[in-house]
Design a protein around this ligand. Structure first.
Ligand SMILES: *[C@@H]1O[C@H](CO)[C@@H](O)[C@H](O)[C@H]1NC(C)=O
Ligand SMILES: *[C@@H]1O[C@H](CO)[C@@H](O)[C@H](O)[C@H]1NC(C)=O
Ligand SMILES: *[C@@H]1O[C@H](CO)[C@@H](O)[C@H](O)[C@H]1NC(C)=O
Ligand SMILES: CC(=O)N[C@H]1CO[C@H](CO)[C@@H](O)[C@@H]1O
Length: 395
């Protein structure tokens, strides 16, 4: 009896310590003097710094409620895995002039290994005023608006169950990341919001985007140069401009794109379904290889499939010298549903670098518009055709 209580006295605190050490430490911004509707930039930075310095896994909590945030950069490296748990709504100032650093994103998370972002909350970019002022499509000297969220140089991480809405510009910019999964990640902005790409991913490797609903005014997902091994699965896109590789070729220092897998996705009323766009009269001599599109439903999509190697919006370039980008090892399989315009598929490959090793099959598209029948447009491509081909492909 005596022995037992001595034992308990000695070892219970130790046991409690061990159990505690395995429980992630929690850094709730509510404990950093923050009140709803106040700017949380400083509280969030402080909580992050302490969590990041902890030698055991830790969690930064943004509790339920609506919080204002002017801008923040959350940096690693951290000493242990770290979680950002957003339960409430984090809201950006409506005027972008209120962002202290206009060259940076609204929220930047960078140089972190083993990051988890989750919690069911919302990143609200509050972009309605900014969209009205955005003329970047036509004005090269336009004011560059901030991206909602930037994930730069993040590794072995997961971002899930959060929403980004009404970004002033691109919703999410993913750069230099490796082994990162976006899951049940919702993007929500009106179809007429300007330049609000859902996710823009570039110069990254091993990125998975699964089970996401993306509604926005520009590309649902756009894939930039230097992308390797990107798996996009079970995405519902619309409104929006589809899932796009590019535009590529404009920058002289761009890198090849390889290993893009788009599977089991649905496009609803979008401008495009799957798209590749490269600029003519552009310096970059690149390769886009291993592009695989499979099991895709098109629901009233204007251009279900479009490979456009003469991409030149607003006549910003000359069309006389063809794109130097080579598209090869592409498969397009099991595409069903409806096309809103009569040209259901466009394969406009470059005269200088025709598309190579392309396999297309099991295509079954009907016309949802008033003009028909459906056709395909092909240039500088000799695809291998398999299975059903409705409409006829490159016939
Ligand atoms: C990739 O990231 C996940 C999630 O953090 C991790 O569990 C896994 O071990 C990582 N894979 C590699 C090869 O590092
Ligand atoms: C992404 O998905 C692919 C295919 O399902 C899988 O092989 C790969 O390990 C996944 N990567 C990550 C980062 O989860
Ligand atoms: C995607 O997969 C789910 C189940 O995993 C299935 O219910 C759904 O019909 C599939 N969608 C497409 C477009 O194949
Ligand atoms: C379009 C835009 O504003 N992009 C910005 C996104 O954020 C990065 C920094 O993370 C800036 O360099 C970009 O200008």
């Amino acid at each position: 009896m005596k022995m037992a209580s001595k034992f308990t006295l000695l070892f219970l605190p130790l046991l409690a310590y061990i159990v505690n050490a395995q429980e992630p430490a929690t850094f709730d911004i509510g404990n950093y003097g923050v009140k709803p509707d106040a700017n949380i930039a400083e509280a969030l930075s402080c909580a992050w710094k302490e969590a990041c310095a902890a030698t055991t896994p830790s969690t930064v909590v943004v509790p339920k409620g609506t919080f204002m945030l002017d801008q923040v950069k959350l940096a690693g490296p951290c000493k242990a895995p770290i979680e950002l748990q957003v339960q409430g709504t984090i809201q950006a100032p409506s005027d972008y002039n209120d962002l202290p650093d206009k060259d940076a994103a609204w929220i930047t998370i960078h140089y972190v290994d083993h990051l988890t972002v989750q919690g069911g909350g919302v990143f609200d970019g509050n972009g309605k005023e900014a969209w009205a002022k955005n003329d970047c499509g036509t004005n090269p000297d336009c004011v560059k608006l901030p991206t909602n969220l930037s994930f730069n140089f993040i590794t072995n991480s997961i971002i899930r169950d959060v929403t980004t809405q009404d970004s002033k510009n691109f919703h999410v910019n993913v750069l230099g990341c490796k082994n990162v999964t976006f899951q049940q990640f919702t993007v929500s902005a009106p179809g007429d919001s300007v330049n609000t790409d859902g996710l823009h991913i570039s110069r990254s490797e091993g990125i998975n985007v699964t089970d996401c609903v993306i509604k926005t005014g520009d590309d649902c997902i756009s894939i930039g140069d230097g992308m390797k091994e990107l798996h996009i699965e079970k995405i519902t896109c619309g409104p929006g401009h589809g899932i796009s590789v590019g535009s590529l070729g404009r920058g002289a220092t761009e890198e090849d794109v390889t290993g893009i897998y788009v599977k089991n996705c649905t496009f609803i009323g979008t401008q495009n379904g799957i798209r590749v766009k490269t600029w003519p009269s552009a310096p970059a001599e690149l390769k886009i290889t291993d592009l695989h599109y499979e099991d895709i439903i098109m629901d009233n999509v204007e251009n279900p499939i479009i490979i456009d190697q003469a991409y030149c919006p607003y006549n910003q370039c000359k069309l006389d010298s063809p794109s130097l980008i080579q598209v090869s090892q592409m498969t397009v399989k099991n595409i069903r549903g409806t096309s809103k315009t009569p040209v259901a598929m466009t394969f406009a490959c470059s005269e200088a670098k025709p598309c190579e090793n392309v396999e297309i099959g099991d295509i079954d598209l009907a016309c949802s518009g008033t003009e028909g029948p459906l056709t395909t447009k092909c240039a500088n491509i000799k695809p291998t055709l398999v299975g059903k081909q409705n409409p006829p492909i490159c016939a």
